[in-house]
Write a protein that binds this ligand. Structure first.
Ligand code: SF4
Length: 212
């Protein structure tokens, strides 16, 4: 094991311990392929599953793996033909057994931070799907809640506006201007600080840089 691999595992274990005090399950996987297997293991075959917009779960191949297994009922908005179908899938997601997402940042103490423009993702995270599984690259872990919010707002959001080519000030210079633009992707800022002790939230930390 290299020093980086060892450090990633140590950091992940510290975060997982913190999560357990907030009644949130946590697992560490050194690689994306291990994480895909872990997520599939956590979801019994026959379950229904949906997910929020996430470069992490797309880039790591999790969505492709979900479709490939043909073991789940998937609500995939990318398969929608019309804006109305997209809206219908957003609503179907609330009744899913599982909802998959990454995070925009999380603290070493276990606070989970997500920012949303439309609100469908943070709404489903907050309530609806029976279980929510977060897949988190090691790069998303910040020192504390303040640093996590700063990361989400100052790093993740401007990268996403550039990716989406939004008409927002951060798309022009890569820096958050705390805008009130109608095109802002920062309309909803959601923080999970604790969970009911019902096993609804689970975090799979991956020892790789994933997403933004
Ligand atoms: S400038 Fe606006 S859209 Fe861009 S990161 Fe800041 S709040 Fe979000």
């Amino acid at each position: 094991m290299t020093p980086i691999e060892l450090r990633n595992e140590l950091l992940a274990n510290k975060v997982i311990k913190s999560l357990s005090t907030r009644h949130i399950d946590g697992y560490y996987c050194a690689t994306s392929s291990e994480a895909i297997n872990k997520v599939l293991t956590l979801m019994p075959k026959g379950s229904s599953v949906s997910w929020g917009g996430s470069m992490t779960i797309r880039d790591m191949g999790l969505i492709e793996a979900l479709h490939k297994t043909e073991s789940y009922t998937v609500f995939d908005r990318d398969l929608a033909q019309t804006p109305e179908e997209v809206q219908a899938i957003y609503r179907q997601a609330f009744g899913a057994d599982f909802y998959l997402s990454s995070v925009n940042a999380m603290s070493e103490q276990g606070d989970i931070v997500n920012i949303d423009g439309n609100g469908n993702r943070v709404a489903a995270i907050a309530w609806g799907p029976k279980k929510v599984i977060f897949v988190v690259g090691i790069n998303k872990i910040a020192k504390d809640l303040d640093a996590a919010v700063k990361r989400a707002r100052g790093t993740a959001a401007p990268i996403n506006t550039v990716r989406l080519n939004r008409d927002t000030p951060c798309t022009l210079d890569g820096v958050c201007h705390d805008c009130h633009s109608a095109n802002s992707i920062c309309n909803q800022i959601h923080i999970i600080r604790n969970s009911y002790d019902n096993g609804r939230f689970c975090v799979v930390i991956v020892g790789e840089e994933l997403g933004y």
